[in-house]
Design a binder for this molecule. Structure first.
Ligand SMILES: [Zn+2]
Length: 432
């Protein structure tokens, strides 16, 4: 029996209060076994949390982790042009080795900034699952199916692969990898394919993760063609369900917010990506008020351009206030909850809270910094002042992924060099 004691710090509790406490985790079960007064618990190994704040590991509810290879390749364009002119031509050249190199880089970046779980949409998913296994993190993965621009055979093969990957990889990495069926979006997968394959996914009890209502250009064609709002169309197909979550949900009207709430469908809010691509402002406070579970995602590094969930929390608070025209909307404790407990709920992991019995997924923030002084309110700091680089230790499933700012699960220098080499070769191939 091996136990790790996180000692000497303050702890963020599930009710958003802060207390001085030690946290004992079991490395056998991967669970938190006790949260108690300082000096009352013993472990076989210790992590020093003095001058620190212990928080649940952050949950990145929507990303494309291997897209780190495209970071900074093309910026300052709207979604449509950016995808068609820049992203898709490069992605067409991606090999399995490229995706592994990009995923390793993204996971190192996440570990360094206190993220312990992610929900990913991409392809070559076995490579990503293998990398997540090595990283010691938790992830919900899937193969993203697109049918536009493909003949019937290729379209069906994409959707079949999304089902097959979800069935095959669920439970990988000792249960730390779960899966979703992933139609890319309501405009990039044809109705006949959604109608045929969504029931198959539901029959298999698979969760579903798709992009929806990201831009106005995704709403108008569906209204024109089907005479109904995108999420009403999605609901008729059976896509909205308690195990479904949609990425973005920017352009949703009141009837669609009600539909999300009624069906238990969650939303992965991606504020930085929505701002950078000028997609719009998601009505996050309205979604929360209606009872929709809203998590936070970075989206891919190409549209963000980092995977730092602290940046994302601040962005979510800022844009949430603008969207509501109300400075009290999407407040500090709400965004912290979105990035922890809500994200874990969307992904279906028993994480996102420092409590006995929960998964031992946590990060320790170093509070000994000028930008975190004074310490009137540490929840405010988490939402508005902490940076990913303030994370001192990261733990997932009871295992130490980063200790004293040194990543223990990868050779970080080698990962960075490999990713740089793959990115350079990839862009060169795509330019030929
Ligand atoms: Zn996305």
């Amino acid at each position: 029996m091996s136990e790790l004691l996180v000692t000497g710090g303050q702890v963020l509790r599930p009710d958003m209060t802060i207390e001085r406490a030690d946290v004992l985790v079991s490395q056998d079960s991967g669970d938190i076994v006790a949260v108690d007064q300082p000096g009352t618990l013993d472990g076989d190994d210790e992590l020093d949390a003095s001058d620190g704040l212990v928080i649940p590991g952050l949950v990145n509810a929507h990303t494309h982790v291997a897209m780190t290879l495209l970071r900074g390749l093309a910026d300052d364009k709207p979604l449509d042009a950016w995808l068609q002119e820049d992203v898709w031509p490069v992605e067409a050249e991606l090999t399995a080795e490229d995706i592994r190199a990009g995923a390793e880089l993204g996971l190192v970046e996440m570990i360094r900034s206190g993220t312990t779980a992610l929900s990913d949409m991409y392809f070559e998913v076995e490579e990503i699952a293998d990398t997540v296994d090595q990283a010691g993190m938790r992830a919900v993965l899937g193969f993203t199916a697109v049918t536009v621009g493909k003949d019937d055979e290729a379209a069906r093969s994409d959707l079949r692969e999304s089902l097959d990957v979800a069935r095959k990889l669920d439970g990988a990495a000792d249960g730390r990898v779960r899966t979703t069926f992933q139609p890319h979006s309501l405009t990039t997968v044809g109705e006949e394919y959604l109608s045929e394959f969504v029931p198959k996914a539901l029959d298999d009890d698979l969760s579903i993760h798709l992009h929806a209502n990201e831009t106005r250009d995704e709403v108008t064609p569906i209204v024109d063609e089907h005479g109904q709002r995108p999420l009403a169309y999605a609901d008729d197909i059976g896509l909205l369900d308690g195990d479904t979550y949609v990425a973005h949900g920017v352009h949703v009207d009141d009837s669609e917010i009600d539909l999300l709430a009624e069906t238990g469908t969650g939303v992965a809010h991606c504020p930085a990506s929505n701002m950078k691509l000028a997609s719009g402002m998601a009505p996050v406070q309205d979604l929360l008020d209606a009872g929709v579970t809203v998590g936070i995602g970075t989206d891919g590094a190409a549209s963000n351009n980092d995977l730092d969930m602290f940046d994302e929390m601040r962005d979510a608070a800022m844009i949430g206030k603008l969207a509501a025209d109300d400075a009290s909307a999407v407040d500090a404790s709400t965004v912290v909850e979105m990035a922890t407990a809500n994200g874990a709920a969307l992904l279906g992991f028993d994480s996102g809270r420092i409590e006995t019995g929960a998964n031992a997924d946590l990060a320790v923030i170093d509070l000994d910094a000028p930008h975190l002084t004074p310490a009137h309110d540490l929840v405010s700091h988490l939402a508005y002042a902490v940076h990913g680089s303030d994370v001192r230790h990261t733990v997932c499933d009871g295992e130490v992924l980063m200790r004293d700012r040194t990543v223990e699960v990868f050779d970080e220098q080698a990962v960075r060099e490999r990713a740089s080499d793959h990115a350079a070769a990839l862009v060169e191939r795509a330019g030929d």
